[in-house]
Design a protein around this ligand. Sequence first.
Ligand code: XBP
Ligand code: MG
Length: 269
Amino acid sequence: MTLEAIIFDVDGTLAETEELHRAAFNEAFADAGLPWHWDVKAYRDLLRVTGGKERLRYFIGSLREGRATTPDEEALIGALHRRKTSHYTDAVDAGGLSLRPGVRELIGAARRDGIRLAIATTTSGPNVESLIGAAFGCRPADLFDAVAAGDCVRVKKPAPDIYHEVLARLRLPADRCVAIEDSEPGVRAATDAGLATIATPSLYSADDDFTRATCLADHLERLAPPCANAIRSTEEIGSGILRALRSLHARASRGMAASPPPGCSSVAP
Ligand code: XBP
Ligand code: MG
């Protein structure tokens, strides 16, 4: 089975974004004069709820002993999330993020080799546009054949809906693609959609359970074989990562345990 597309998650996978998200939520609370502040520990817990609006709804519900939110609180959630998204995209546009190791190299190698690229993310569309614009100087559609983001599906990760949506937009079956994710909800969503999935844990997901992933690596660059003089060109790194993904995909397609390429531990039982 030939690998035809690579589907990237965004937050934590393309870049370490969640500290900027957390700061943007806190700025939105301050703008609204609310006495709320999410520290790292609180945010780590709240990240179990995917989706910024869903996270706000869960947090407000937790302040009201779990009572359902009122229409006024729903209006507040919408206003806070819009404000937060504005703060977040301003920070990204100002250069607040850099791509994780191996991401740029793999995208370059995939484009050279004619492998299609896609995004399947819980984050909001404007956040994707800001990140791709800041990192590549283009619109997402200039680089990715399909972008499925945020509210384009009713049920967010760990449900597989966003991956079903992006596969439909690609017009590809799951067994022609691989997914790259950073968190347990993301790996669950991708694997439940039938995708071989590479997990590259991020700062907030280091302790997640990745046993469903096809392989686990600190970051994508680890998949490129080391070389004697340790000086590899961007192209060599990208081609090395792509070779490893092709090998993982081929073995997963044959139902074989992925023999981990260098820098990757096979976690799938
Ligand atoms: C991660 C998420 C998002 C972000 C915040 O998305 O769960 O909710 O934390 O972005 P993924 P929004 O890892 O799927 O990219 O506030 O726009 O939801
Ligand atoms: Mg993620």
